[in-house]
Structures are given as C-alpha cells and as structure tokens.
Design a binder for this molecule. Sequence first.
Ligand code: CS2
Ligand code: MN
Length: 399
Amino acid sequence: MSIAYPLEQTMRWFGPDDPVSLADIRQAGATGVVTALHHIPNGAVWPVAEIAARRAMIEAAGLRWSVVESLPVHEAIKQGGADRDAALARYRESLVNLAACGLRTITYNFMPLLDWTRTDLAYELPDGARALRFEPVALAAYDIHVLGRPGAASDYAPAIVAAAAARFAAMDEAARTRLERTIIAGLPGSEESFGSADFLAAIGGYAAIDADALRRNLILFLEAVCPTAEAQGMRLVIHPDDPPFALFGLPRIVSTAADLAALFEAVPSPANGLCFCVGSLGVRADNDLPAMIRQFGSRIHFLHLRNTKRDAEGNFHEAAHLAGDADMVEVMRAIRAVARSERRAIPMRPDHGHQMLDDLHKSRSNPGYTAIGRLRGLAELRGLELGIAALEPREEALA
Ligand code: CS2
Ligand code: MN
C-alpha cells in the first residue's frame, strides 16, 4: 500500500565501529540512517572529504544519510566563554561543508555537560528483556554521596534524600562505580564523558549560568548560525532535554511547550527547527504531546518515536514503542496531519529499543541501540502509520 507523504524510516548508526551494521539496518526495513562523524572531537570542523566518504559508505549499502545526529555544540557556546566566537565560526564552517555534501537536517542539543541521562542500563522487564531506566533516588545517591556536590541535598525532596542515603549504604564499591559510570561516563552518542572529579569541576563552570542565561546563550547561538543554515537551505533541529528537567543543579531549557514557544519566538528563522523526541518530552505528564505536535508542526523536521512509562515515585523506564504513557496512536495521527498538510516526508527513527532475544547474549552492544529492539519498534511504528494512513482520504481527494 502506498501512502501520501510517508514518514522516512531511519535508524541511528554509530559508524564503522557500530556492532549493528548498515546491512542490519537495511534488513530492518529502514531506508535511511542518521549518523555523525563520532571520531571528530567536539568543536572541530567536519571536513568535506570525511563527510563525503561517510556518505558514500552509507549509499554503497543501499541507504541514505537522512539526518546528521548530532553536530555537537561546544561548551564554549553553551557557557558563552571566551572561545565562543571561534567555536561559532567553526560550527558555521561545518554546516557549509555538510551542505556541500547534500546534508541539510542537523540535530543538536543544548543540555549543559551531559546529553541523555539514565541510572540503570539493564533494567529487567517482566518478559526478560532489558530497558533503560531513570530513578531519582539513584541519581540523588550518586549526586549527594559519590559526587559530593555541595548543596546537592537541597535539590531533592526530603523523602528522596533519605531513600538515597539508604540506597547508597546498601551499595558495595562495584555497584557505586557502576552507578557513576552509568550516569556520567556517557551514553551512546553523548558528546562528553566524565569522571566524578572532572564532572564536579565542570559543574562549577555553570555557577553563574541560570536558566535565563543559558536561554540567552542558545538564542545567541541560533542567531549566529541560522543565517548560514538558511542560506544553505538547511534546518537545525534541537533535541529536547532528556530527561526534561534539571539535573545536578544545571539548568535545562528545552523541556516544555513554553520553552519551545519562547525559542521559536526569539529566533523565527525557518532554520530554527525541532527534533520532536516523544521519549524525552513524554517523561513529563504535563507535556501534551499531540497538542505540541500540532503547535510546532511546521518546525518539526525529525522525529524520535519512543515511549516511556512513569511510576508514582518519579521513576521511568523505556517502554515498548506502543505501550508506554505516550498515546502513540494520537501522536502518529498528529504527525500524519502535519505531513499531509505540509506535504513532506519527515524522517523518523524508533530512537532506542529493548535489549531482547539474541541481543541479550551478544558480547558488544550500545545500551538502547541494539538491533532487534529497534527493529521491533520500527516495525510497530510502520504498521501504526500504515493503519492510520489507510483511514485517511486518498491523496487525489485532497488535490
Ligand atoms: C539521542 C540523543 O540517544 C539519544 O537519546 O536522542 O543522544 C541525541 O542524539 C542528542 O541529544 C542530540 O544532540
Ligand atoms: Mn531522542
């Protein structure tokens, strides 16, 4: 069945070292990949030759390089340090080089120091599959007792502080180290990775940067790069905060509809776009996801369709794609409406998936980025889209 303006089905690929190959991704039914030049240090210019070689490798496997995820924003830009202007100039140069190679949708985030954050990478589900999980008590146990951040305890509710002390006391050295690594050593695709002493020092760099100051730095970044992106016909798409609330006393400013509305109002350029990550935004019960898709539809140029399940204690884990708190049917309906009214094929990816079946026994895998769980997610989402599209009026009737 062919449908009008179908979503472009992609998966993330971490490059030649990824245990999941381009052939695996193609067999999962994706037509595109999203990837980055992960070997280039954060902040350095991406040279045309390297971008072109990577693109050729992807195309030789019968796939398209659909989206760049991510072109990282250096801390000098996030913090507004002395090197900001030089870092902005290098960012623009990378954009021009990417456009020269035909890459026009560029993902980035503006989370201070950390990218996505979890406290457990192998949470066992009732069926034996494993998922990523976040527990505020575990985060507080690390923050207060391992990291020893001054004033940390005042950032948590008293019940969490008490539970964190008990949790810490019950952990042996190996468990403490595992928790430290899980939280700050960098999840796949993260731009930074820390040890606790360095992390504590880096947090100090934000002492004078509150949410308003960080917002100003984001606006300054966009004002500096959007004209270049616009001239090249590119879209920068910001990935929301994951999870969508402050951690370690560091501000987070891309967590809610109000955050996004303020951002698009401040920088109206069409190059100022959004990567709508359902799994990130859906962690907050006060984010009305279908309404946000309707509100920001024209800004959405990339979709992460993943689901999460919250509990009463403020924990969440990554649920099966159609099974969490986000009503994926309503989310997909809202997306289809944007795709049809704007007549465009928006790229999507299932984002993360469960570690399941044979992937539970493989020696090497990236947490969240195993093949089979993402294949399952992609297959479910593809079926959902087809089912919804089958009920839409035919394209001819629209003309
Ligand atoms: C990704 C992020 O794996 C993930 O959860 O969605 O790492 C994302 O690529 C970055 O935040 C975008 O810069
Ligand atoms: Mn995401």
